[in-house]
Design a protein around this ligand. Structure first.
Ligand code: FAD
Length: 340
C-alpha cells in the first residue's frame, strides 16, 4: 500500500542538499508499489520524477510539480554461475556501495574500480557510471525496466542500452520513458584488475603490496577517491558537474600549440581534455562565490558551502562554462541532471 505525501522538501534527498518542494512524494519498496504509484500519477495527471540517492541531480529551487518516486526496492541475488563467471541481479533501489561490498566479500571481480560511487544500482545505467578505466558497460549483462506508458517490464541487453561515455539510451532517446527495475552484472571468478589509472598503483606500492587481492584494490580506490573528492556529508555536492570534453585532432593540435602543458588522453575519435584542467586554468579552482565554489582539490565538482540554492550553482556553472569557452573555444557539457 503506497503512502503519497504532499509538499515534501527535496533538498534532504539530494547529496547537493538543494531543491524545492515536491507537490507529491512516495517511497516505494516493491514492484507492486511502483505500479501503484505509476497508476496514481496517471489518474491524477501528475508528472513523474524518479529519485535514487539524489547524487547526480540538481533540483531547481521551486521544486517539482508532480510525483517524486523515491526508489527503495532492494535485493541482490546470484542468478547464474559458470566456470568463469557469476551473474548478480540487483534490484534498482539497492545502494551501489552495497553491491560493491557484496562483490568484494565474495571475490567476484570486475566492479572494484567503481567503488565509492554514491547512489543506487538503478541509476548506474543512466549515465553508464565509470571510474578509473572501468565503466558499467564492462560488467553489464542485462537490465529490466518498466515502460511508464504501458507499465510493462522489458529486458534490455548490452547493445540495447547504447552505452557510451556517461551516456545511455535512458539519458537520451528513452529519457523519462522507463523505470529501471533491476540490473544484472556479469563478474569474473578470477582477478582481472585494472590498476593503470590514477594513482592506484602508487598507493599499492606505498603499502608494499605486489600482488593485491580484491579488498586491497577496493581500499586503494577508496583511498585515492577520498583524497580527491569532497565528502558529501561535509561539503554537499553531486560529483562531477561536467563531462570531460572530447575534441578533434585538429582542434587539439591548435590547443597544444598555445598551451603545451595541456593534459589529455587519446580516444578512438580524438582527444579528451580533463575538464578540471580547463576550469583550473580559468582560475576557478577553490575560488568562492558566495555559498558555492569549485572544489579546491577537484574543480570539476561544485560544492555547496552552506545554504546554496540551485540558482547559485547554475550561476557559477554558467560563469565557468563562459570562461572555458572564451579561453579555449571548448564547450563544457553538463553531466548532472538538472530537474526543472
Ligand atoms: C561525491 C560523488 C562522486 C561521484 N563519482 C562518480 C564517478 O566516479 N563516476 C560516475 O559515473 N558518477 C559519479 N557520481 C555521480 C553519481 O553518483 C552517479 O551518477 C550515480 O549513479 C547516481 O545515482 P543516484 O541513485 O544518486 O541517482 P539520482 O541522482 O537519484 O538520479 C540520477 C538520474 O537518474 C534518474 N533515475 C534514478 N533512478 C532511476 C531508475 N531506477 N529508473 C530510471 N531513472 C532513474 C533520475 O531521475 C535522475 O535523472 C558521483 C557523485 C558524487 C556525489
Amino acid at each position: 500500500m503506497i503512502n503519497i505525501q504532499k509538499k515534501i522538501k527535496l533538498d534532504q534527498y539530494t547529496t547537493f542538499k538543494i531543491g524545492g518542494e515536491a507537490n507529491f512524494f512516495v517511497a516505494i519498496s516493491s514492484l507492486e508499489e511502483l505500479m501503484e504509484s505509476l497508476a496514481w500519477a496517471k489518474k491524477n495527471k501528475q508528472a513523474i520524477l524518479f529519485l535514487g540517492g539524489g547524487s547526480n541531480v540538481l533540483i531547481n529551487d521551486k521544486g517539482f510539480r508532480g510525483l517524486v518516486i523515491k526508489n527503495e526496492i532492494k535485493g541482490i541475488k546470484k542468478v547464474k554461475e559458470t566456470d568463469s563467471s557469476v551473474y548478480l541481479r540487483a534490484l534498482s533501489g539497492e545502494w551501489w556501495s552495497a553491491l560493491i561490498n557484496y562483490t568484494t566479500a565474495n571475490n567476484y571481480y570486475g566492479a572494484e574500480n567503481l567503488s565509492l560511487i554514491p547512489g543506487t544500482v538503478g541509476a548506474a545505467p543512466m549515465q553508464n557510471i565509470g571510474a578509473y578505466g572501468v565503466e558499467l558497460k564492462d560488467i553489464f549483462a542485462e537490465l529490466e525496466a518498466v515502460e511508464i506508458k504501458t507499465r510493462k517490464l522489458k529486458k534490455f541487453k548490452l547493445a540495447d542500452c547504447q552505452f557510451a561515455y556517461r551516456q545511455s539510451i535512458f539519458k537520451n532517446k528513452l529519457k523519462n520513458k522507463y523505470f529501471i527495475y533491476s540490473v544484472t552484472l556479469k563478474l569474473s571468478k578470477t582477478p582481472k584488475f585494472k590498476l593503470d589509472y590514477g594513482d592506484i598503483k602508487q598507493i599499492l606500492e606505498s603499502k608494499k603490496i605486489v600482488k593485491p587481492n580484491i579488498r586491497e584494490v577496493v581500499n586503494a580506490i577508496i583511498e585515492t577517491r577520498s583524497n580527491k573528492l569532497p565528502n558529501v556529508a561535509l561539503l554537499p555536492n553531486a560529483g562531477s558537474f561536467w563531462q570531460n570534453p572530447e575534441i578533434s585532432g585538429a582542434q587539439f593540435k591548435k590547443l597544444q600549440k598555445k598551451f603545451p602543458d595541456v593534459k589529455f588522453f587519446k580516444t578512438e575519435e580524438g582527444f579528451k581534455i580533463p575538464a578540471a584542467w580547463l576550469i583550473e586554468h580559468c582560475g576557478f579552482k577553490g575560488k568562492i562565490f558566495g555559498s558555492v565554489s569549485a572544489y579546491e582539490k577537484q574543480p570539476l565538482v561544485l560544492v555547496n558551502l552552506g545554504g546554496a540554492r540551485a540558482k547559485d550553482v547554475t550561476a557559477l556553472a554558467q560563469k565557468i562554462e563562459g570562461a572555458v569557452w572564451k579561453n579555449f573555444g571548448i564547450k563544457l557539457v553538463r553531466e548532472i541532471n538538472y530537474i526543472k
